[in-house]
Write a protein that binds this ligand. Structure first.
Ligand SMILES: Nc1ncnc2c1ncn2[C@@H]1O[C@H](COP(=O)(O)OP(=O)(O)OP(=O)(O)O)[C@@H](O)[C@H]1O
Ligand SMILES: [Mg+2]
Length: 438
């Protein structure tokens, strides 16, 4: 059980982001509680080094409950101008335990250092994982997600990383397949050995063979020295075979052999070499269809698909867009530039064909084009702006249709056939309209 937990109580969105950014530079884990019940549960289950208690509304009872639940835990009160006096009077605490909004990053770090000791933040291990199960946004091994779908993926990663099982990661381009593969490796007992990625789709059959299995000196023109392949290099580590759906039939047979017998033969060599590399593969093609089409071997598919992880496209997990925008904004601007509500909403309504990679590029580009303080709608790429405009137009058409349908239904006393007649449309069209607007 780690003692490096900071429990944040009742934060506003702004405070939550501020503290989260601040702690992400440290080895502290952030837990967030939105209710007193959640907070008391955390107290019971975890060791807490510091409680950051946001008092936007003063309540003697809540303060007493928290203070008495853990008398040995340090508390930092974040108050508004209005609640500062009441908190000081009630807790008899001096200003070293109090931060009044608004405050700067320096003030925050000074307060936390004075409560936890200056060395507590100097480690900069950056191995911190913020898993705030009570909150929406989850950061897991540098992977951002707040959607239920991503939380399920995190739980799969955690489970499978403890084993040597072959994993098949599926998802459209740019959904984070390589990031997931790395997370599995980093959490596994193989983490101190190599993680090697090979893009199988980018190499011809012969090049891929010598890349994966290596070759002996003189095995072909130009093979001046022996070369070790990736399977051997990744000994006791992890090999990530990307675009596995693109490998040739002949190569599929060779891969099947490696997976079954756990040994390879170098190109031009005779001896077999035992290999112990954990295999993770990824694809964005429909392997089941490829099997039916006869381009992918069914026996290899079963060998690879022992533990499948499916990554949904970003358009199906819109909840992840805001935390991802914040994450990339921080990456490219140190978090100094924010996105206006309109800009963020436009991104949330955009269909990212290139998924997270496209979002990352859009954020980077918009930060360059903005005024250095905030990214406005006008700073977004034209295609995002256009799709937001179309969406708005569709919404107003829908609004107009809805009011017509409602009026017709009202006039027809709820009789749908009558309402359709009033609007001069067929019953079928009327039902379709109802379906669309519901
Ligand atoms: N959930 C996430 N949180 C943070 N960054 C992410 C996330 N998912 C993807 N990324 C970032 O998006 C980019 C694309 O991710 P990655 O290369 O892992 O995708 P991929 O599925 O392997 O793409 P491709 O199919 O094109 O190979 C990378 O820069 C990665 O760091
Ligand atoms: Mg990839």
């Amino acid at each position: 059980m780690t003692e490096k937990n900071v429990l944040l109580l009742f934060p506003t969105e702004k405070i939550r982001m501020k503290i989260k950014f601040f702690l992400s530079e440290t080895s502290y884990k952030l837990l967030i509680a939105k209710t007193i019940k959640d907070a008391l549960k955390e107290f019971k289950e975890q060791k807490i080094a510091l409680v950051i208690f946001c008092v936007t509304e003063f309540s003697q009872e809540t303060i007493t409950q928290i203070s008495e639940a853990k008398t040995d835990t340090k508390i930092l009160f974040i108050t508004t101008f209005q609640t500062a006096g009441e908190v000081t009077a009630y807790t008899c605490k001096n200003s070293s335990n109090l931060l009044v909004e608004p405050f700067s990053d320096d003030e925050l770090s000074e307060k936390i250092n004075s409560l936890l000791g200056p060395d507590s933040f100097s480690e900069q291990e950056n191995t911190s994982q913020t898993i705030d199960f009570l909150e929406e946004v989850v950061t897991f091994q540098g992977i951002i997600g707040s959607s239920q779908k991503m939380k399920e993926v995190f739980s799969l990663i955690e489970k499978v990383s403890k084993t040597d099982t072959t994993v098949l990661i599926r998802g459209e381009s740019g959904t984070g397949k390589e990031l997931i593969a790395k997370a599995i490796h980093n959490l596994s007992s193989r983490k101190n050995n190599l993680f090697l990625a090979v893009n199988c789709g980018a190499l011809t059959e012969t090049l891929l063979e010598s890349e994966l299995f290596g070759y002996e000196k003189g095995s072909f023109t130009g093979a001046l020295n022996r070369k070790i392949g990736k399977f051997e290099e990744a000994q006791n580590g992890t090999i990530f075979l990307d675009e596995i759906g693109d490998v040739s039939q002949a190569m599929q047979v060779k891969l099947l052999r490696v997976l079954q017998q756990k040994e390879i033969t170098r190109v031009g060599g005779n001896g077999v070499i035992p290999v112990n590399a954990r295999v993770i593969t990824a694809t964005n093609i429909n392997l089941e269809k490829a099997i039916i089409d006869g381009t992918f071997r069914e026996d290899l598919y079963y060998r690879l698909n022992v533990f499948p992880i499916m990554l949904s496209p970003l358009r199906e997990r819109k909840k992840d867009i805001e935390p991802l925008v914040e994450h990339f904004a921080k990456k490219f601007s140190n978090g100094k530039i924010i996105f206006t509500k309109k800009a963020l909403e436009s991104l949330q309504n955009y269909t990212f064909a290139g998924n997270i990679r496209e979002l990352e590029n859009i954020v980077e580009r918009s930060l360059i084009l903005c005024d250095g303080k905030e990214v406005k709608f006008e700073n977004l790429p034209e295609n995002v702006q256009n799709s937001a405009k179309t969406e708005n137009a569709e919404n107003s058409i829908n609004g107009f249709e809805r009011s017509l349908v409602l009026k017709a239904l009202e006039k027809a006393n709820g009789n749908k056939a009558e309402a359709a007649k009033l609007l001069g449309i067929s019953k079928k069209t009327f039902y379709e309209l109802l379906e669309k607007l519901s």
